[in-house]
Design a protein around this ligand. Structure first.
Ligand code: PRP
Length: 181
């Protein structure tokens, strides 16, 4: 699997340093708030599990799974469909949405709208990666790990055709991996 990677974009060391930094920042803000961290499956799962271990306060977490409606039409429509909803009510909760990557911005934009309609007390977002070059919908992400260039990335939760999520770093695939598929 490692031999399919052309270059490493975010190393394990950089991931660890990023998590520690974000953990400190989030601890400053949320230490007395018992926030609800919402992990957006599946890509964000690995980041979420590392992130929560770096938080020094009482908190709860839950998972939801969303998918972009219409596949190829995602960029034009931006519709997001809920595959698995939260089990935890968000009313009057300080909600922190945890993402692996913000790309067009549609997913986070729609999730904020959803939690507003469910009367969350506050809604903030943390994204491990930010790919600003691809943004269509402006979203103010409160906590960002690493800004990356406009390249298709895999690893640390992120996939190509459901594979490579288990790489412990973020990398870019060799072009022949796509062409020989
Ligand atoms: C990815 C990522 C975000 C979303 C970001 O999920 O995990 O949820 O895309 O893109 P956007 O800013 O353009 O909305 P994906 O649909 O690939 O599913 P996965 O997390 O299950 O891999």
């Amino acid at each position: 699997m490692n031999s399919d990677i052309e270059k490493v974009l975010v190393s394990e060391k950089e991931i660890d340093e990023t998590i520690q930094r974000l953990g400190k920042e989030l601890t400053q803000e949320y230490r007395d708030k018992n926030p609800l961290f919402v992990c957006v499956l599946r890509g964000a799962a690995m980041f979420m599990m590392d992130l929560v271990k770096s938080l020094d306060f009482k908190m709860e977490y839950d998972f939801m799974d969303v998918s972009s409606y219409g596949g190829e039409n995602t960029i034009t429509t931006g519709d997001v469909r809920i595959i698995k909803d939260l089990d935890t009510p968000v009313r009057d909760r300080d909600v922190v949405i945890v993402e692996d990557i913000i790309d067009t911005g549609y997913t986070l934009d729609r999730l904020v709208e959803l939690f507003e309609s469910r009367h969350a007390k506050s809604i903030k977002m943390v994204s491990f990666l930010d790919k600003p070059a691809r943004r269509v919908k402006h979203v103010d992400v409160d906590y960002i790990g690493v800004k990356i260039p406009d390249e298709f990335v895999v690893g640390y939760g992120m996939d190509y055709d459901e594979h490579y999520r288990n790489l412990p770093y973020v990398g870019v695939l060799k072009p022949e991996v796509y062409t020989t598929k």
